[in-house]
Design a protein around this ligand. Sequence first.
Ligand code: ADP
Ligand code: MG
Length: 314
Amino acid sequence: ATPTAIMVATGVGANNGVLIKGGDALERAQMIKYVVFDKTGTLTQGKASVTTARVFTGMERGEFLTLVASAEASSEHPLAKAIVEYARHFHFFDEPSTTKDTQNHSKESKFSSWLLDVSDFSALPGKGVQCFIDGKQILVGNRKLLTENGICIPTFAEGFVVELEESAKTGILVAYDSALIGVLGVADPLKREAVVVVEGLVKMGVKPVMVTGDNWRTARAVAREVGIQDVRAEVMPAGKADVIRLFQKDGSIVAMVGDGINDSPALAAADIGMAIGAGTDIAIEAADYVLMRNNLEDVITAIDLSRKAFSRIR
Ligand code: ADP
Ligand code: MG
């Protein structure tokens, strides 16, 4: 390609909200064989919402939600935000969350007074959160988090989680004072364009792959909805980059599309890292392409631009 062709492609990209960091990245994109998508916040809207909350003990529903929301209040994870939002609605259902700023502030402070004091908070990437409330440990996250802490999951609870997962929801388990006290189900719908984009890539001869830290059952259910056959689930944050390297082994050019902090090592490891513009700064820094419109159609636009600028045939 001529320098002019590169300049034109970069300019057309910029006009469409596709920011390309350099001519090398633009050149590599035409040869992409695999596009590996992160699930949460990339294929899905990242706007998770709680659909079910089941308490297993005699604890009041409100008390349960307050405990869980207090534990999740310091987490930035979309699942945590969904849980806090749900608890807020439970307590203040008469105050819509889309009112003016000032009202939101007063509501926040009113809500904050309901949140319990938390100590020794830690976020465990790929697992959940852990902290202490009233001197007792609370764990909110997946099976791995609970089993690693010696909490046993009774058969009826396991059955309930499986049911949630088979309907594409993420089951979140809650243990307090060494016992499982409840489960939440969280749904995160696909982006509207996700199915069409996956179809489009296949038509272009590109193989779509999904990678996620979420469990296998939920991952398969989501992959089925979006039309992706190749799924890698229960991947710990550091493992996403290994998945990329696996696909690169035979010399294939691999693109990674992601939005989260967890995705940045994979975005860096990929031949082409594409960050969702609405994602975290760290992901954007690690990427070669930034998709400013937060629209997956731009993955196709990016490949098209490169093919047009560099193809010897066209
Ligand atoms: P993804 O790769 O889909 O973005 P993550 O690696 O962020 O997923 O998280 C993997 C899993 O870890 C989640 O599906 C959830 O089960 C659990 N998890 C992570 N953070 C939290 C949290 N703050 N609260 C509850 N569960 C969490
Ligand atoms: Mg994500």
